[in-house]
Write a protein that binds this ligand. Sequence first.
Ligand SMILES: [Ca+2]
Ligand SMILES: [Ca+2]
Length: 282
Amino acid sequence: MTKSLKALIFSLIFVPLLFISYDGEPESSKDGYKEPITGMEFVFVAGGCFEMGDTFGDGDSDERPVHTVCLDDFYMGKYEVTQGQWEILMDSNPSYFKLGDDYPVDNVSWNDALEFIKKLNQKTGKVYRLPTEAQWEYAARNRGKRDKWPGTSSESELEEYIWYDKNSGERTHPVGQKRPNNLGLYDMGGNVWEWCFDWYHKDYYSKSPKKNPEDLDKGLFKGLRGGSMMFKSHFARASARTGFIPSSPHNYFFGFRLAHSGDSFLSFAKESKCLKRNKSGI
Ligand SMILES: [Ca+2]
Ligand SMILES: [Ca+2]
């Protein structure tokens, strides 16, 4: 092979690669990423369509009718937000079970969670938010598969995946000790209930839109998912829903995890690159 041919092959293969790495997204990948200020980890969840609700026929009326929902790509917190992560941003720890940095923050209202998110978004310039109920359920069911609980459909295996009334000793546990579901998400069932972004209405599924639903119709309650260490397996099912007053007196069952859409992250990555270029005069 002549030198000029080698040079041509080199330039055809490597120059585009250099260009891609220069212009790519610095912190995101299809595998997920770590938020640098808090150390929060996120898992990429490819969008798709699924049957949302009581697909096993033994749920509650607020899980019916089962209906088709389609979601865009998003990122989901790998773990419940921990007490250590809360303290980094808020300089406080509201938890009832103050047992260590790796325990989920508990005793937070929906409004408290919003304050945390506002601070995180201010510091990072990104758009973190609570997951919608549809995002939560789709992720809990491993991209909408027919899993009854996050990780398994077999009640006999539940103790491997979930801290609930049977095995918790009536307290929370450090995040990530049980087996994750097949997407790599931990404690979606049990440990602490997780606030969702939506308002909670029992009859929402009878009028939910198909594409990226989120209940914006102001009501009394905000959605909660996944059950907790004090509740029975019925409440840890992937389709189980409940709601609570967003400004309620705090409750040691309640915590949350964060999500954000791939789009908002990617557009931010592009914007921040433009800013850097402008600052350096490029
Ligand atoms: Ca949980
Ligand atoms: Ca319910």
